[in-house]
Write a protein that binds this ligand. Structure first.
Ligand code: NAX
Ligand code: ADP
Ligand code: K
Length: 500
């Protein structure tokens, strides 16, 4: 797991390192600047003529120090400072003073087109409002230039918390960020503006994970070891039994994809409860699953109850429809299930406006809404969610005592606790029909093998994204389809014990 921080947390950690630990601010700044200087060399930036654009805060101070490091090694570097002298921070003032002593060139109205490399040190985590005026004009000119662009800490204009563009923002080729990745570098569009992100250790105090009031995390490849090991003496009961209510009249694809993904992830057994019309196609495509079917007659509660008693984990929703039968199935499960429950798609659509029924359920619930579904069940619009994804996902999880997987290009996962996850695996090829059903299957499979909802959710989402990345590398983002991700699930799990 990698620790991520918000802008506010980074400021707290800067301050803590300086005031409580006692490392002088200028020492941190020197290390920050050195890491940017090294990145310019290692990333082979064309250093024929460099412009360092600075703001008046400490991000600008970093920039002035980078210009000095370039200058002393013989690189032609100009400094251009946007903003008034009386707004300089103390560190910025000192850096400017040192640069003046070195006779580095300060330019007033820089023309970005004249430079081969531009270092963006206008705003860092201190950006507090929309960018406008001279700042906007300069950033726009910079983006139009042919120069390679290195952003210091975060591209100026990107919100460190949400990745939103505040007015306008620098489009960087590389960003060197200090101590921790900022959430705004992971969320889109910030992630696109940042280019390649390098994280540099500059001596900031590493707060233990448990000491963060809100700990934002992301999974990495090595976390896949958390998928339970296969036991040599295991039997199919060991790996869990799933009861899945999915599919509706002549809609079988979602049921197939989620059931197949659950089995491919390692679940022991799955029983799919679906409409009679799907019998032939499902039993042909996935004979490994068990089935119970229902037709136009009233839902037979005993049939569902039998499945619920047998199962260790229950899933409901993919392709279920929102008619009376679907509603009866959902409510029978909510009344009689009593086992860990996963709800997706139509299961969630049926719950819009009555989410509080979930608080009565006696076992953990995991829901996997995409943003449209989240909006329906929470009343939070997609636009509002984008303004505060971490806060709003967590608040919703707390309100209804759920684990929530809010699916987007950067999925956010929260069980309401102080740990919240942003997922960074995956690609736009996954925006294809059935992709969410595969995720649902993976999550059911992980729960069936004994992981809790809190453990399974971030891991399963990461695993799903990895399968998507492998599928894209083989089929391309245009052509990959949901079934390809199931194929890659197999490949990832094959390697679990060897490379991880
Ligand atoms: N000692 C420290 O605290 C360290 C800070 N570091 C650097 O300092 C940065 C944070 O520095 P600061 O907190 O000084 O903040 P920034 O330098 O990020 O920017 C804040 C300044 O910009 C102004 N500002 C904010 N939004 C604006 C807008 N839209 N239009 C015009 N002006 C705007 C603010 O009024 C303030 O003067 C980090 O991102 C990092 O690059 C590093 O040097 C490491 C050590
Ligand atoms: N651009 C993207 N980058 C990464 N992941 C994506 C992207 N677009 C979609 N996904 C992922 O693909 C899945 C789509 O799920 P969903 O919207 O429920 O689709 P469906 O209902 O068609 O199965 C989610 O897990 C989502 O996070
Ligand atoms: K910057």
């Amino acid at each position: 797991m990698k620790q991520i921080v918000t802008g506010g947390q980074m400021k707290f950690l800067d301050d803590y390192t300086i005031r409580k630990i006692g490392i002088p601010s200028l020492v941190l700044m020197e290390r920050a600047a050195l890491s940017v200087y090294q990145a310019l060399l290692e990333e082979k930036f064309p250093l024929k003529k460099v412009l360092v654009l600075c703001g008046t805060g400490n991000n600008g101070g970093d920039g002035v120090a980078v210009a000095r490091m370039l200058h002393v090694t013989g690189v032609s570097a100009d400094i251009c400072i946007l903003g008034k002298k009386d707004h300089y921070t103390e560190e910025m003032r000192k850096q400017v003073n040192i640069a003046e002593n070195y006779h580095i060139s300060f330019v007033k109205n820089a023309v970005p087109a004249e430079y081969t490399t531009i270092v963006d040190a206008v705003f860092g985590v201190g950006l507090s409002r929309e960018v406008d005026g001279i700042y906007r004009d300069t950033i726009e000119a910079l983006n139009r230039s042919e120069a390679r662009i290195m952003a210091v800490d975060i591209p100026s204009g990107i919100s460190a918390d949400t990745g939103k563009v505040l007015g306008c923002a620098v489009k960087a080729d590389v960003t060197v960020t200090f101590a921790y990745e900022k959430a705004g570098l992971l969320f889109y569009p910030g992630a696109s503006y940042a280019g390649k992100v390098r994280t540099a250790d500059i001596g900031i105090y590493k707060l233990p994970r448990n000491d963060f009031e809100l700990s934002v995390l992301r999974c990495e490849e090595k976390d896949l070891y958390r998928i339970p090991e296969r036991k040599p003496d295991g039997n199919k009961g060991t790996y869990g039994k799933i009861f899945l209510a999915a599919g509706s009249r002549d809609i079988s694809g979602a049921a197939y994809l989620s059931a197949c993904a659950a089995l491919r992830t390692g679940a022991g057994m799955i029983k799919v409860h679906t409409r009679e019309e799907n019998r032939q196609v499902l039993t042909t495509m996935l004979p490994e699953a068990m089935y119970s079917f229902y037709d136009d007659e009233e839902i037979k509660k005993e049939q569902i109850q039998e499945g619920l008693t047998w199962a260790d984990v229950i899933g409901v929703g993919p392709g279920l429809g929102t008619g009376q039968q679907a509603e009866d199935i959902l409510y029978t499960i909510l009344a009689e299930g009593g086992k860990p429950l996963l709800i997706d798609a139509d299961g969630l659509n049926l719950l819009a406006g009555r989410m509080e029924v979930l608080t009565q359920y006696p076992a953990p619930i995991l829901i996997t809404p995409h943003l449209g579904e989240f909006s329906r069940i929470s009343g939070v619009s997609v636009k509002e969610w984008k303004e505060a994804p971490l806060y709003l996902t967590r608040r919703f999880a707390q309100k209804y005592h759920l684990t929530v997987v809010c699916k987007d290009s950067r999925t956010v996962i929260s069980d309401g606790s102080e740990e919240i996850f942003i997922n960074t695996s995956g690609n736009s090829g996954m925006a294809t029909a059935g992709s969410g059903d595969v995720l649902f299957g993976i999550l059911m499979g992980l729960l069936a093998q004994g992981l809790t909802a809190k453990e399974a959710a971030p891991l399963g989402v990461y695993f799903h994204g990895m399968a998507g990345d492998l599928a894209a590398s083989q089929k391309g983002e245009y052509s990959m389809i949901a079934g390809d991700m199931i194929t890659q699930t197999t490949e990832i799990l094959k390697k679990r014990g060897t490379v991880l």
